[in-house]
Ligand binder design. Sequence first.
Ligand code: HEM
Length: 217
Amino acid sequence: MRKEYIYKRFERFWHWSQASLIIFLSLTGFEVHDSIHVFGYNNAVMYHRVAAYLLLGLIVFAIFWHFTTGEWRQYIPTFKKLKDQLRYYSVGIFKNEPHPTNKSALHKLNPLQVLTYLSFKFVLIPLVVFTGILYMLHKHIDDNSIVVISNIPLDSIAIWHTFGAFMLITFLIVHVYMTTTGETVTSNIKAMITGYEEFEPGEEEEKESKKKPTLAS
Ligand code: HEM
């Protein structure tokens, strides 16, 4: 078994706080939308705004962390082994075949995860954040005490924001399923809690260890 420190402290904090904020924003957002009733409408509006500011702050810190630590390189897309990874999730996994890519601190994401997380970071989150900010600024009082109403119809902002919310919830459900496809059902989740993950030697590692000279040879 190989044990490796994969997720750093900030990364784990960022992951779990982002997940909690998105779940809380879904709860309060869908109360504003009148789909559920948990906190009461006025509280839901207030909580949604506070959580939105916290998420914006977290996003700023996460961007800073990725660039100062060089971790942004984890997201450089590659098509190498992408087909193998797709085949693994659709066929290989049900036949107990080995993972086609090896996970390590330097390569935390497989090629399919890289593409998925890039769309999450560059399409989905910006859609919800951008429409959320437009929603917030739609009617506000400017420095001259004049009420400013944006030209964009509130209906369109709300529809795009809610569409983004549905997509985020879909992402969350698929993401939770995918976390169970590691070495064991819980190994990925444990790694995101403790930072450490244990791996069976992959095919490539086995080949490497066979090449290494032993005392007997
Ligand atoms: C920084 C991120 C976000 C900002 C700035 C933001 C902002 C807002 C604002 C201003 C509203 C109108 C209610 C109010 O006045 O408070 C709203 C509604 C809503 N938000 Fe967000 N939000 C954000 C993230 C999210 C997320 C992550 C979700 C769910 C995954 C979400 C789901 C909703 C929903 C469903 C509504 C109700 C839309 C409607 O029916 O009009 N929001 N949001």
